[in-house]
Design a protein around this ligand. Sequence first.
Ligand code: SPV
Ligand code: MG
Length: 432
Amino acid sequence: MKTVYLGMRGDIIHPGIINIIKEAEKHGEVLVGLLTDKAIAAHKRLPFLTYEQRKSVIEQIKGVSRVVPQEDWSYVPNLRRYKPDAIIHGDNWKSGTLQKERENVFAVMKELGGEVIEIPYTAGVDSAVLHEARRAIGTTPDVRLKTLRRLIELKPITRILEAHSGLSGLIIENLEIQAEEGTRSFDGIWSSSLTDSTSKGKPDIEAVDLTTRLQDLTNILECTTKPIIFDGDTGGKTEHFVFTVRTLERNGVSAVIIEDKTGLKKNSLFGTAVTQELCPIPEFCEKISAGKRAQVTKDFMIIARLESLIAGFPVQDALSRAAAYVEAGADGVMIHSKEKSGADIKEFCATFRAGHPHVAIILVPTTYNQFTERELSDWGANIVIYANHLLRASYPAMLRAASSILEHSRSLEADSICMPIKEILELIPEGV
Ligand code: SPV
Ligand code: MG
C-alpha cells in the first residue's frame, strides 16, 4: 500500500480538510503530519487546541491512517524522514508565501522518487479566513489565561507590548508584519501602572486604585484575545493581594508582577537618586506564598520583580532575593535596571539561569534598548516587555495635531497627520 503525506495545522476542521483526506485516500494510506504547537508558534498565532487535542480529533477522521508530529513549518524534514510515495496539497500554494515551499517539496519528492499531488483548493473555504473568524469570536478567560505558559514553553522569547486602552490593545491584537521567519506579531499585552496612570493624568505612585485599574483592563479584555500580564505594583498588603490574584484569574489574566519595594511606590525609572526602600525578604516571600495559595488555577503566574539594581544594590542582592522568592513560590522573576549598558542584567541572567534552569526570566529593556530580542533570549530571557511605547508614541502625535490647530486657527493642516475619519470608522465596525 502506498503512503500519502498530508501536512496540516488541524485547529479548525473544515470541509476543505475532509475533501483533501478523501482525495488522498484514493492514492494510498493517509499519513497526516500534524504541525506541533512549537512549529506553529514560530510562524503564526498559537493554535486554540493543543497538539494532543488536535491529534485526538484528526485521528478519528475517516480515511486517516496515522498522525505524526511535524516539528518544522516546512514539510521537507518529515518527507525525508517518512519517505512517503506522495504528498498531497491544495493548489493554493502556487502563489503567495508557500511558493518557495512548493519548489522545495517538488525537489525533495523528485529525489525520493515520489509524487506531488495537487488538488484544486476547496472553493469557499479559506483556512486563513477561518482562523481570522475564530479570532473575531474571541476567547474564553480560561484559554487566554493558559496561553502565556504555553508561549513561554514554545517560543524562544515571548514578545509583550504595553496597552493602556482598548484602542492600543487592538494594535497589539492585530498588527502583523512579514519577517524572515514568517509572520511577526506581538504575543501579549502588558497592563502597565505607568501608562495607565499617565493616560489618566496621574503619577505612577499606586494612585490609581485597583478597582479602577481593573475597570480599564476590562476595556482591553473585551476587544482582545492575547494573554495579559498585569503590573501589580507592590501588590499592596498581603491581605489585599490575595483578592487581586483571584480577581485577575477570574478575568483570564495570565500573570501578575509585583515589585519588592516598600513605602510610597515611585516609578523605577524616576530620578537618579536612590529613592526607594526595598521590602524585607521574609515579608515579600509571605506575600508571594499567600498569592500562590489563593490562586485557583494551576496556570496563573505570580512573578517577583527585583528592584535591587534600581535601588543601588549589587547584582548579588538581586540574586539572593530571587532565590528566596522562587523558594516562596514565584513562577518567574523580572529583573529591572536603569543601567544603559545592560551589563548588570546580563550578569544577573547568567547566574540566575545556571541555578534555576526552568524559572521564567522577564526583562523590560526600556533603557538598555540597543539589544535585540534574540540577544536577550541568548542571555536567558523568556519574556521581553516593551513597557510604555504606545503611550509614549501617542503623546507627541497628539501634541503635534493640537499645535497645528492652534497655529493655523483651523484643522486643515492637521489632517495630514491624522487618521482619516473613514479609517477610524472602519477600524471598529458597528455591532462589534
Ligand atoms: C510600568 O510599566 O508601570 C512598570 C515598568 O512598572 S517601569 O515603568 O519600567 O517601572
Ligand atoms: Mg509599574
